[in-house]
Write a protein that binds this ligand. Structure first.
Ligand SMILES: Cc1ncc(COP(=O)(O)O)c(C=O)c1O
Length: 364
């Protein structure tokens, strides 16, 4: 299939901005006269040090990260943060609050329970994670070491529309699937983490933004690689960092600036999601999974109610170059991931296809 005939709705790894791929391609064989590819150079070299510093500065600027917080470029995926967070932030004998509103927040809570007491501040499992609880519905422990939640539930297609108010309890947030899609008041958070493979870069990089005051209290048995303080001290270079991913993140951030930064992204993502939900809400065939008020602007999940028809919808879409709209196996149905790099034309093409599919199959 020709790349120009395809829109890729994959949930992650996912579409990257075309301009970024073109620039990376142009710089691939000889990065800015260095005679090397970025993949081939020492992470301690002057040329790479510039790439690293520039990417970090762009990341700080993109989210207006205050000086109280440090930006780290780590590995092990967002999943490694499920253990790194409690190892560093949950003291022996302490308890942490977890809001379980989807698959990954459930995994994070389960992992944290290996290290200490976990109190479920919310659990929407029985309602199949179709909504985000309101502030008043959260059961908060004022003595919790931190409150963990996942801002956007990639699999179920729900997204927190507010920042939970937890008083003096630090907020820890998994922003893997909506980071850089909107402004964030970083000062409100103790720690933010995100796997790169949705809105930022290829898989292999995890961005962590941590309040420096929270670091340095890890448990004695914490592996070196899992200590925030160690990574802060070494500027993420205790070992070889994911050099290529960091370079691509720099290009993505440069592209993001050209689109008006996270404010620009927020406007575009709202419009992408608005068009798709508007169609789905008026459709006689498709039903969105997530309740209004809790819907994700990044991962739009929907179904016909008939698994065989869902499968037909997914395969028909692929034939048209509308790739990867199959829902996650735990949720079923369809899922269109419309991250920052998805052009509006992709959403319009998907809606046009779904309309045709509806005419052909509704009531048959
Ligand atoms: C919200 C969220 N958290 C965590 C993860 C796990 O990320 P990783 O595969 O980088 O460990 C994912 C993966 O899709 C995700 O969407």
């Amino acid at each position: 299939m020709d790349r120009n005939q395809v829109f890729n709705f994959s949930a992650g790894p996912s579409v990257l901005p075309e301009a970024v791929l073109i620039k990376a391609q142009a710089e691939l064989m000889n990065y800015r006269g260095s005679g090397m590819s970025v993949m081939e150079m020492s992470h301690r070299s002057a040329v790479y040090a510039d790439i690293f510093a520039e990417t970090k500065a762009r990341m700080k600027a993109a989210l207006s990260v205050p000086d109280t917080h440090e930006v780290l470029f780590l590995q092990g995926g967002a999943s490694t943060q499920f253990s790194m967070v409690p190892l560093n932030l949950l003291p022996e004998g302490g308890s942490a609050d977890y809001a379980v509103t989807g698959h990954f927040s459930g995994s994070a809570a389960k992992e944290a329970a290996k290290f200490g007491a976990v109190h479920l501040a919310a659990d929407t499992s029985e309602q199949k994670h179709t909504f985000i609880p309101a502030q008043a519905e959260l059961s908060l422990d004022p003595n919790a070491a931190y409150f963990h939640y996942c801002a956007n539930n990639t699999i179920y297609g729900t997204e927190w529309q507010y920042v939970p108010e937890t008083g003096s309890v630090p907020l820890v947030c998994d922003m893997s699937s909506d980071i850089l899609s909107r402004p964030v008041d970083v000062a409100k958070y103790g720690l933010i983490y995100a796997g790169a493979q949705k809105n930022m870069a290829p898989a292999g990089l995890t961005v962590v933004i941590v309040n420096k005051a929270l670091a340095g209290h890890e448990r004695p048995e914490t592996p070196l690689m899992l200590s925030y303080q160690r990574m802060i001290d070494k500027d993420s270079m205790f070992n070889t960092p994911p050099c290529w991913c960091i370079y691509i993140l720099g290009l993505v951030l440069e592209w993001l600036e050209e689109q008006g930064g996270v404010r620009g992204m927020e406007q575009i993502k709202r419009e992408r999601a608005r068009r798709l939900y508007e169609y789905l809400d008026n459709s006689a065939l498709f039903t969105p999974n997530a309740q209004p008020g809790s819907r994700s602007d990044m991962n739009v999940t929907f179904r016909t109610g008939d698994p065989a028809l869902d499968a037909l919808c997914v395969s028909g879409a692929a034939e048209r170059g509308l790739l990867n709209i199959k829902g996650h196996r735990v949720a079923g149905g369809m899922r269109a991931s419309i991250y920052n790099a998805m052009p509006m034309a992709g959403v319009d093409a998907l809606i046009a296809y779904l309309k045709e599919f509806e005419v052909e199959h509704h009531g048959k």
